[in-house]
Design a protein around this ligand. Structure first.
Ligand code: FAQ
Length: 309
């Protein structure tokens, strides 16, 4: 068998492709694109919630949120490391993020106006992220799959954290319930956009499915997310802001209205409400972290000399 046949045979047998295996150039490029975007999303995703650490309503809420935001940073690191095994350097990826060349999830370009938004992010945004990432645990690239297994464990806790906040607010005072509903109204459609454009308009899906990078399409995952979330919203007594939402017995799932795809395109072009602020904040954090990177590099260098002596 030639290299390509070995690669195809591994995919057919559901075996992982590992860093030293031969792989088509486009498979490598596709993975670098997806994994690095995913890593950037985790890191930029720290910003909207990080905004609330100093304003959390109790010490417990603050500790839990602090731990969650820290987890997201860790997820970014696992993912950058997985992408590095494909031959791109961390510096190249970070540079692409900081200069605005790289994409990251559209969802993090929306503002967090109230504490209920922290609940909505955990419940809806992490809920959508998990829906996608559970599938990615079975992606064909070994290092990406293994990163996903660890990430999914933590994301489940994040989803519970968000749902707990929404439960407190929804069963609290009328003002708290209103806050929860307002957050639901603002986050529902942007969350549906996280799954990417409809399948018929998704240029990367054919290759992703052929190479088993993605196991399910954008629309399949979006549908599953809607089906799962409706019942959770009902329990909270919150209304999903979609007049088209309706149970469809024949497909055993909900029909739902489309997000505004022109808004999505605008956000991923860099023109969302918070795109500029997010990039400015990431650049500031990167500059301010320079001394930490320098100290870590100097320590690693010193250790090498100690070992060599
Ligand atoms: N935002 O052909 P497709 C999280 C782009 S993690 C921005 O369908 P694909 C944790 C796409 O890149 C959330 N851009 O692309 C957390 C492509 O552009 P390109 C992130 C988007 O790759 C929670 C173009 O549109 N999760 O939230 C988006 O097959 C709470 C055409 O799209 C992942 O990254 C979007 N929503 O499918 C952290 C999971 N959708 O690159 C903090 C891994 C599409 O050709 C707090 N990624 N685009 O220039 C994936 O599964 C896929 O990459 C999709 C997109 C599903 C995102």
């Amino acid at each position: 068998m030639n290299f390509e046949e070995v690669f195809e045979a591994k995919l057919a047998k559901n075996e992982f492709i590992e860093p030293k295996d031969w792989m088509p150039d486009n498979y490598r490029k596709h993975l670098i694109r997806q994994i690095s975007q995913h890593a950037h999303s985790e890191v930029v995703g720290m910003l909207p919630e990080g905004n609330w650490i100093s304003r959390a309503p109790s010490l417990r809420a603050k500790l839990v949120l602090l731990a969650k935001v820290q987890d997201e940073g860790g997820h970014g690191l696992y993912l950058y490391t997985a992408a590095e095994t494909l031959g791109i350097s961390r510096d190249e990826m970070i540079d692409a993020l900081l200069t605005g060349k790289a994409k990251y999830s559209s969802i993090f370009n929306y503002p967090t106006l109230t504490w209920a938004d922290v609940g909505a992010i955990g419940w809806l945004v992490d809920g959508a992220a998990i829906m996608n990432q559970v599938m990615l645990q079975r992606t064909s690239y070994g290092p990406y799959s293994r990163a996903m297994v660890r990430i999914c464990k933590e994301e489940s806790f994040h989803q519970r954290q968000g749902y707990e906040i929404m439960t407190h607010l929804s069963f609290g005072t009328p003002e708290q319930k209103e806050m929860a509903q307002d957050a639901m109204n603002r986050w529902w459609f942007p969350t549906l956009m996280m799954f990417g454009p409809p399948d018929v308009e998704s240029p990367n899906s054919d290759n992703a499915l052929k190479w088993r990078i993605k196991r399910e399409s954008n629309d399949q995952l979006r549908q599953r997310f809607v089906n799962q979330t409706v019942i959770q919203a009902e329990y909270l007594g919150l209304t999903i802001p979609d007049p088209k939402l309706k149970w469809n017995e024949s497909k055993k799932g909900y029909d739902y209205g489309d997000p505004d795809w022109s808004e999505f395109k605008n956000v991923i072009k860099g023109n969302g409400i918070c795109n500029k602020q997010r990039l400015a904040d990431r650049n500031k954090a990167h500059r301010e972290g320079e001394w930490v990177r320098a100290a870590a590099a100097a320590y690693a260098d010193k250790q090498k000399h100690v070992q060599a002596a």
